[in-house]
Write a protein that binds this ligand. Structure first.
Ligand code: NAP
Length: 291
């Protein structure tokens, strides 16, 4: 192996991607196969996005991941959009695959990544009554996946009502419709929805500071499965476990969406255990801080 692996993949996003766990995860996958390749971070301003995507067409790049704030803006910059899930309807692409002829395919692996993560934890969403906190890009992917997976009802609680209504409109138009409502987080409707819920998903950043919870903790009960999309244990998750509920942080979704991206780029099975271990080790090292 040469001393400098060739960059073949990377992450296009805003300046916050410097903390991404994706390089560790994908570099572990390349190492598993003995490929002398690596994954780079490409912080990109909106004005430079088109140029960044054009550059993917050339050379020996396999493709890229895309994260906030560019998941919607890349859609018109690629040649073909995935249909399962429907990237155009979702208006969010998190993976670009470069074909041999230089054409670019835009996929969304967040949706199946989320469902696979639930499956890995042994939770079957069919028939579930769901409370979804947040209505941003991640919440859209979660709602899309859950609606297609046959949940019974969905209550979307978001601090601003317009994005929650837009999410419901998306489901009405494109997804098998569960009973879906938008509720204000501070209204009594949240307590009723939580009383019925069997699945709670946190798709807001609240809890990233390891201090705050997105909902009052006394709404948690033992019949819940709590999926917090943050990549770490949070006050919400810890309180849920203390109350006898089951739960999962967002690392598994990250690993599963990354595994699907790797398979699309490399056309071979992702070494999921190695990828998970690398992401976990990097996360745990960062949480300890520099020594
Ligand atoms: P986004 O598009 O910016 O959406 C953020 C959502 O959180 C919006 O609904 C926003 O409400 C709400 N929100 C933000 N700050 C808030 C606050 N202080 N109080 C109440 N609500 C607040 O972000 P995203 O891409 O959906 O990501 C959301 C979270 O999921 C992030 O923590 C991200 O790290 C995580 N995530 C994890 C994975 C994974 O693989 N595990 C994948 C994607 C995202 P408004 O509509 O009112 O602004």
């Amino acid at each position: 192996m040469s001393s400098t692996p060739m960059v073949t993949t990377g992450l296009i996003g805003g300046s916050s991607i410097v903390r991404s766990l994706s390089p560790a995860m994908h570099n572990a996958a390349f190492a598993f196969y003995g490929l002398d390749e690596c994954y780079a971070l490409w912080p990109t301003e909106a004005s430079a996005l088109a140029g960044r995507v054009v550059a993917l067409r050339e050379g020996r790049l396999r493709g890229a991941n895309v994260t906030i704030p560019h998941k919607a803006a890349v859609l018109p910059l690629v040649d073909v959009l995935g249909e399962e899930p429907d990237v155009r309807a979702l208006d969010a692409c998190n993976t670009i695959v470069r074909h041999d002829d230089g054409t670019l395919l835009g996929l969304n692996t967040d949706v199946p990544g989320f469902l696979r993560a639930l499956g890995a934890a042994g939770f079957d969403p069919r028939g579930a009554d769901v409370v979804l906190l947040g209505a941003g890009g991640a919440a859209r992917a979660v709602a899309w996946g859950l609606a297609h997976a046959g949940i019974r009802s969905l209550a979307v609680a978001n601090r601003s009502i317009a994005p929650a209504e837009a999410l419901l409109a998306l489901l009405r138009r494109y997804a098998p419709a569960p009973r879906a409502t938008a509720i204000a987080p501070e209204s009594p409707d949240l307590a009723s929805a939580m009383g019925r819920a069997t699945l709670l998903v946190n798709a807001t950043p609240i809890g990233a500071d390891d201090q705050a919870s997105p909902i009052p903790l006394d709404l948690l009960h033992p019949d819940l499965f709590v999926s917090d999309l943050l990549y770490r244990s949070t006050p919400l998750l810890r309180a849920a476990i203390e109350r006898g509920a089951r739960g999962q942080d967002g690392l598994e979704m990250l690993v599963q969406q990354g595994a699907l991206a790797f398979e699309a780029w490399a056309n071979r099975p992702a070494p999921v255990d190695d990828m998970r271990q690398a992401a976990q080790a990097t996360r745990d090292g960062e949480m300890k801080g520099p020594s």
